[in-house]
Design a protein around this ligand. Structure first.
Ligand code: ACO
Length: 322
């Protein structure tokens, strides 16, 4: 019997506060038109002072569990993807486990920056295919607004907060067709966020904010995502026209358009959320997927390509027959 990992529930959470390009333009030298033309972003959500990665994860997770009509006690494994954990430890996965009141499961975090939820899907798929788990909760959750330097116009315009979740179950028919994940640590200096608590003498003065050489990252992202599309199609013996939906990481509309072009897809088949959410890092793909499932754009039986690129560099894809 072939065991597939099937998505049986989705969820998402966006904090209440909306921060517009106009508001940012009042504090740094930028404009709504520059930000929108270069990135496709108009506004982003900002977490409240008492919100954390785990509190947002809980809301998204409960939605996914409810959508799947699943007893939380049946969940074997929780994987949380985040670059903004509540604490160094325990993991945000364990904090989420506590919040959900689940006693008998394993929980851990995955750190792969913006590719985190694809990495989590890939790990979960191996557990389900091997028979090691039957129900796995995956959450991507980020408070990017707290690691962004709000005086740096090259980064503060890009990021937002939120959480996305999926619950995976076992199916004999359809589900995740394949996952493909990659890392290349060579490019650390192009995109990083220091951790001041463990700074050495040499980097103790570094600010604990995201640092990015955006233009260079942009070029690598476009090339890399083009390659992952080919790799995914080849692995499944599929043509570009077999893909019904593209659910990309939401970093920049120009990167998304380039990937859609590579797939010869119309933008009507691409789920885009970044206009009102910005880049929510590891939450972005799952938030977009949740949105398109809930508004019935993505239908059961359709073939969906999820992909992401982020710091590390890390990149990956998941091809799903939903
Ligand atoms: N407003 C006005 N001008 C700006 C702003 C701003 N907010 N930011 C930069 N500029 C200026 C620059 O100073 C530069 O001026 P100069 O020509 O006088 O030097 C000019 O605009 C062009 O700057 P670029 O960086 O070349 O602009 P670009 O078109 O590349 O857009 C952006 C920048 C939006 C950051 C883009 O490069 C990008 O999206 N990069 C990829 C981001 C990404 O995918 N990251 C990976 C995921 S994130 C993660 O993993 C955490």
């Amino acid at each position: 019997m072939t065991r597939y990992s099937r998505i049986i529930g989705t969820g998402g959470y966006l904090p209440e506060e909306i921060r517009t390009n106009e508001q940012i333009s009042q504090t740094v030298d930028t404009s709504d038109s520059w930000i929108f033309e270069r990135t496709g972003i108009k506004s982003r959500r900002i977490a409240g002072p008492n919100e954390t990665a785990s509190s947002m994860a809980e809301i998204a997770a409960r939605q996914a569990i409810e959508a799947a009509a699943c007893d939380p006690e049946d969940i074997d494994l929780i994987i949380v993807a985040t670059g903004t954990p509540d604490r160094v430890y325990p993991s945000t996965g364990c904090l989420l486990q506590q919040r959900l009141g689940i006693k008998n499961c394993v929980a851990f975090d995955v750190q792969a920056a913006c590719s985190g939820s694809i990495f989590a899907l890939s790990i979960a798929d191996q557990y389900i295919k091997s028979g090691a788990a039957k129900k796995i909760l995956i959450v991507g959750t980020e408070i990017c607004s707290r690691i962004v330097d709000w005086t740096d116009r090259s980064t503060c315009i890009l990021f937002g907060d939120g959480a996305g979740a999926v619950l995976l179950g076992v199916s004999e028919e359809t589900g995740i067709l394949s996952t493909h994940i990659h890392s290349d640590g060579e490019y650390e200096d192009m995109l990083y966020c220091p951790n001041p608590q463990v700074a050495t003498e040499a980097n103790k003065d570094e600010a604990s904010y995201i640092s990015m050489r955006g233009n260079e990252v942009f070029k690598v992202a476009v090339n890399t995502l083009g390659r992952i599309v080919d790799e995914t199609l080849e692995a499944n013996n599929l043509e570009k026209s077999d893909i019904d939906w593209l659910v990309p990481h939401q970093a920049n509309i120009r990167i998304i358009v380039a990937t859609a072009k590579k797939l010869k897809m119309s933008m009507d088949q691409v789920v885009v959320t970044l206009e009102t959410q910005g880049n929510t890092s590891s939450a972005s793909v799952l938030l977009a997927f949740n949105e398109a499932v809930r508004d019935c754009r993505i239908q059961r039986g359709q073939v969906v390509l999820l992909e992401a690129f982020g710091a590390g560099f890390t990149w990956g894809s998941a091809l799903i027959k939903y």
